[in-house]
Design a protein around this ligand. Sequence first.
Ligand code: UDP
Length: 308
Amino acid sequence: MRIVVTGAAGFLGSHLTDRLLKEGHEVIGIDNLITGSCNNISHLAGNKKFKFIDHDVTDYIFIPGEVDWVLHFASPASPVDYLKLPIKTLKVGSLGAHKTLGLAKEKGAGYLIASSSEVYGDPRQHPQKESYWGHVNAVGPRGVYDEAKRFGEALTMAYNRFHGLDTRIVRIFNTYGPRMRAGDGRVVPSFICQAIEGKPLTVYGDGTQTRSFCYVDDTVEGIYRLMNSDYTGPVNIGNPVEMSINSFARKVLEVTSSDSNTVNRPLPKNDPAVRQPDISLARKILDWEPLVSLHEGLKKTIDFFKQN
Ligand code: UDP
């Protein structure tokens, strides 16, 4: 198949691109490189099945020829990035979804949108099921990302219902792995770099807030299975193993064999207190669940940061 991936030079987009190429598909990757990096796709130079277009997907997208799928993965994706780029974040989630949906409609292609566990906000239901409507502060600092993702989901469903477009919505929970950007501010690259450099690990708040970390290969497998399914409602993809940020810091110190300590910093506004995916739906319809342990995934990620 001929597949368009937006955000192809990003962390997740580049891993997804690799997987699609491995499956024998042709990929047209689009990215404007504001948070993505050519380093993530440099190994694809000369690959005849891959084409890169440097383009902002909030502007009209022109792709000659047939397209079978459009996968919309472009967006700043870390709280630090989307606070630095609030309007671009809102635009890529809304106008970018509009342009990519328009492209899929024009080409008669399937469409998959990367949504997020952030649509649940600071959740009042735990763990989070797809049926939960969420608890989001639209006007808070994270609202730019959360509401853009929620709008993207609504627009995707509207194209599905009104235009009959074949659509998928994946709600991605915290994913980590090689190619995360060292300075993106997310807890995984921050703690790993701090541990390697012998600096204190910056735990925000008292570190009792929880997250559930999924290794990127597992996430990509779930997304690929969803694309190949016929399920149009939102599907959670994430690892249900939940831990506090304090425990995560201890785990990073253990796997890096670092003698760094931890230091507490103020908790960012509206930082969700808990987050854990309920993946019963993905288990049932995709026969999917994560396979990579945190220990194994962290080792691979730490190797990447050491080499880079
Ligand atoms: N966090 C932290 N120290 C850091 C970066 C993040 O304690 O240096 C915390 C953050 O407050 C949040 C959790 O780790 O509770 C996960 O943050 P991240 O930015 O990775 O993504 P989020 O899950 O909040 O979208």
